[in-house]
Design a protein around this ligand. Structure first.
Ligand code: RP5
Length: 161
């Protein structure tokens, strides 16, 4: 079993339909990931312990999805110096605007790379994680170049008739 390179964390099981979009893309690119329900508010001790230990287990990037008062990505960023990508989840009456602001508004020195709200954001979180891995991994960078080329061709070949 390869080391888990990307942790996909979420504040609740109810976030899974969004966060599994990240997992699908990582799997397509052959990156090992682990899905975990861990919350900044409901399981703070376990979340801190996981964030602190991840690097020593071979982990490289965190993707954290949470809704409402979404503290998860920021909380993880406070417990690691690995890159943290935050996905605001539209699980509230405010349609994710609350989670977006909670996730993006980090104090200087504790960065979270915040993507867009919901499933599109979860997909881009995975692509951003792949690009981070691609900095040191030539094969990954080539796979991403190939993917981009396929997207370009598909767009140019769109038949509207
Ligand atoms: C957040 O509260 C979770 O990330 C989820 O988006 C939201 C609602 O959680 P549940 O009440 O569905 O468990 O912490």
């Amino acid at each position: 079993m390869p080391n888990v390179e990307v942790a996909i964390m979420m504040g609740s099981k109810s976030d899974l339909p969004v966060m599994e979009e990240s997992a699908k893309i990582l799997k397509e690119f052959g990156v090992s990931c682990e899905l975990k329900v861990l919350s900044a508010h409901r399981t703070p001790k376990e979340t801190a312990a996981y964030a602190e230990k991840f690097r020593s287990n071979g982990g490289k990037v965190f993707i954290c999805g949470a809704g409402v008062s979404a503290a998860l990505a920021g909380f993880v960023a406070a417990h690691t110096s690995l890159p943290v990508i935050g996905v605001p989840i539209d699980s509230s009456p405010l349609n994710g605007m609350d989670a977006l602001l909670s996730t993006v508004q980090m104090p200087p020195g504790v960065p979270v790379g915040c993507v867009s709200i919901g499933k599109a954001g979860a997909k881009n979180a995975a692509f951003l994680a792949l690009r981070i891995l691609g900095v040191a991994d030539k094969t990954m960078a080539q796979k991403l170049d190939h993917y981009n080329e396929e997207q370009r061709k598909a767009a140019l070949n769109t038949d509207l008739n």
